[in-house]
Design a protein around this ligand. Structure first.
Ligand code: ADP
Length: 284
C-alpha cells in the first residue's frame, strides 16, 4: 500500500487583461476552480496509475469538494480530516500574456500532527511506501515513524527548503527532486547527500543516482508539450506507485517517464494525470 502525507489545495484561477497594480480593483474576465497542491496531484497520479493509495491530509469546511474529487480519482480519503481551519488554497491571477501571480495559503495542510500520521499508518509495514512533500506539517514525525516500521520513505523535496530536507533525510529511502532543487541542495550541503536520489530533468528525462553505483538515465519521451504544470507530480506519483507495486528502478522510471510525457500533452495538473491503461498503450 502507498500512503501519501500531502497537501490538498483548491486553486482559484482568475483570467484578466493585466495583473492588478497595488491599489487597483480589477474585474476578472473568467474564473475556474481546480484541485491542486503537490500532495493531491501526486495522489491522483498514483491512483490513476493503479496504486492502492491512502492520502493523509486535512481540509477545512469548504474543502469537501476537493476531498470528493480525490475520492472520485480512486484515492482512499478516509484519513483526510475535515476541520475548522481553512482549506489550503492558491489564488492564481493570469493575464493575457499568460504571466501570473500566485498567492498560496497553507491553511489546513499545516494542521496535520503526529496523531493523524500514527492513525493513518496503522497496519502499514515492510512492503508499503510513505510518500511526502514539503507542503504539510508532521513531515519528520511521519518519516521517522514510517522508517521505524520498515516502510520505504520517498521524499519529494518541493517546494525546496534546506531545513526541511535535512530534518527528514535520516529517514528517507529515496529523495526525488527536479534539477533546480538538486542544484540548491548541492549548493547548501557542498555535495549531494549519501542517499538514493531521482533527479528529473524536464524534457531531458530523469536520473536515478545511488551512491557508489552507476547512474541510471531514462530519456524523456518526445512529445509536443502543451502544459508542463504538474509534470513533476505526475512523475513522482507514478514512480512511487510503481516502486510500491514492486517494480525495479529501471522499469519504474520508464513508466513514470511515459506517464509524465502523456501528462504534458494535456492541459491542467491533476485532471491531466494518465491512467495505467493509457501508459501501457503509450509504451506499446
Ligand atoms: P518539475 O515539474 O518538478 O519541474 P520536470 O520539469 O523535471 O519536473 O519534469 C518531470 C518529468 O516530466 C521529466 O523527468 C520528464 O520525464 C517529464 N517531462 C517534463 N517535460 C517534458 C517534456 N517537454 N516532454 C516529455 N516529458 C517531459
Amino acid at each position: 500500500m502507498l500512503l501519501n502525507l500531502g497537501s490538498i489545495n483548491i486553486d482559484h484561477v482568475y483570467r484578466m487583461p493585466h495583473l492588478p497594480a497595488p491599489g487597483e480593483t480589477l474585474e476578472a474576465a473568467s474564473y475556474s476552480l481546480g484541485l491542486g497542491g503537490k500532495g493531491a496531484n501526486q495522489s491522483v497520479a498514483a491512483a490513476r496509475a493503479g496504486a492502492r493509495i491512502r492520502h493523509v491530509g486535512a481540509v477545512g469546511p469548504e474543502g469537501r469538494w476537493a476531498r470528493e474529487r480525490m475520492a472520485e480519482a480512486g484515492v482512499d480519503v478516509t484519513h483526510v480530516a475535515v476541520g475548522e481551519v481553512a482549506t489550503g488554497h492558491a489564488i492564481i491571477n493570469v493575464d493575457a500574456e499568460a504571466e501570473n501571480t500566485i498567492v498560496i495559503f497553507s491553511g489546513a495542510n499545516r494542521t496535520l500532527d503526529a496523531a493523524a500520521v500514527t492513525a493513518a499508518l496503522a497496519g502499514a509495514g515492510p512492503g508499503d511506501t510513505l510518500l511526502l512533500q514539503n507542503e504539510t506539517s508532521a513531515q519528520v514525525e511521519a518519516a521517522r515513524l514510517a522508517s521505524e516500521r520498515g516502510l520505504r520513505v520517498i521524499y519529494c523535496a518541493a517546494p525546496f527548503e534546506i531545513g526541511a530536507v535535512q530534518a527528514v533525510l535520516p529517514y528517507v529511502s529515496l529523495l526525488v527532486m527536479n534539477e533546480g532543487e538538486a542544484a540548491a541542495l548541492r549548493a547548501a550541503l557542498g555535495a549531494l547527500p549519501e542517499v538514493a536520489m531521482v533527479v528529473t530533468l524536464g524534457a531531458r528525462g530523469a536520473e536515478w543516482l545511488v551512491p557508489g553505483e552507476d547512474r541510471l538515465s531514462v530519456p524523456a519521451f518526445p512529445v509536443t508539450a502543451v502544459d508542463t504544470v504538474g509534470a513533476g507530480d505526475c512523475f513522482t506519483g507514478n514512480l512511487a506507485a510503481a516502486l510500491d507495486a514492486g517494480l525495479a528502478p529501471a522499469a519504474a522510471m520508464r513508466r513514470a517517464s511515459a506517464a509524465a510525457a502523456l501528462q504534458v500533452t494535456r492541459p491542467g495538473a491533476a485532471q491531466a494525470m494518465p491512467t495505467a491503461d493509457e501508459v501501457d498503450a503509450f509504451l506499446g
